[in-house]
Design a protein around this ligand. Structure first.
Ligand code: ADP
Ligand code: MG
Length: 246
């Protein structure tokens, strides 16, 4: 690969659910350490695009290249690919009957075969990093939404992914808890994690994104640096969307 390594390259991606053509000829390249923020109205296909990148949904046509390797359902172990691409959802999906540290070590020990002692050591370091060093042995029900989401981030990081996908990670949170999660994500970005983030937090997009992608009805309508997209959008649809959310 070239000096500026491509982490994700999507070309001519199409995805339909039955008759509904949801992703229309999507082209997207994400370089290593880039933070790409996807914005767009509800139903424009943002989640479907993320889910295709993580192979939770299967494309109908086009190509998806992750880390230089073209991924095909037939010839790949999709569980392996999913380990390279971590995902954080709006709803945290923690195991309620497991403690915080047990949540974090579950996948490394069960899926990757990491030794439990090693997984615990690494898991604790990740929890320290997301500011939950005092919550290792607590059950999720005792945590705030912001804390749960930070556990979910630590849990995804425990698989040592090359890319992290975030699908509206703060949309289910009370407003006063949004910032602690955005701060954790910002720190991750500063460490050089490659990230694709769907969010309505335009402040985060302005501050942290290298690129902002505006989607409308299954197409990428506009793509640019945050300054360009927020200060001088070229497309009328982008302007209309931004004036509805800003
Ligand atoms: P966004 O995340 O931008 O709100 P989505 O990707 O969730 O958009 O959805 C895009 C379109 O695809 C919507 O019309 C939605 O109803 C439809 N859709 C999403 N997932 C499915 C599914 N599993 N089956 C059928 N339709 C779906
Ligand atoms: Mg969505």
């Amino acid at each position: 690969m070239s000096e500026e390594q491509e982490m994700i390259r999507v070309e001519h991606l199409n995805k339909s659910f039955g008759e509904l053509h949801v992703l229309k000829d999507i082209d997207l390249t994400v370089k290593e350490s880039d933070v790409v923020v996807l914005i767009g109205a509800s139903g424009s296909g943002k989640s479907t695009l993320l889910r295709c990148l993580n192979f939770l949904e299967m494309k109908n046509s086009g190509s998806i290249i992750i880390g230089g390797e073209q991924i095909e359902k037939k010839s790949h172990d999709l569980n392996k690919i999913r380990q390279k691409v971590g995902m954080v959802f709006q709803h945290f999906n923690l195991f309620p009957h497991k403690t915080v540290i047990e949540n974090v070590i579950e996948a490394p020990t069960q899926v990757k075969g990491v030794k439990k002692s090693e997984a615990i050591k690494e898991g604790k370091a990740l929890l320290d990093k997301v500011g939950l060093g005092d919550k290792y042995d607590v059950y999720p029900s005792k945590l705030s939404g912001g804390q749960k989401q930070r556990v979910a981030i630590a849990r995804a990081l425990a698989m040592k992914p090359d890319v992290m996908l975030f699908d509206e990670p703060t949309s289910a949170l009370d407003p006063e808890l949004v910032n602690e999660v955005l701060t954790t994500m910002k720190e991750l970005a500063e460490e050089g994690m490659t990230m694709v983030v769907v969010t309505h937090e335009m402040g985060f997009a302005r501050e942290v994104a290298d690129w902002v992608v505006y989607m409308h009805e299954g197409r990428i309508v506009e793509y640019g640096h945050p300054d360009e997209i927020f200060n001088e959008p070229k497309e009328q649809r982008t302007k209309d969307f931004l004036s509805s959310v800003l």
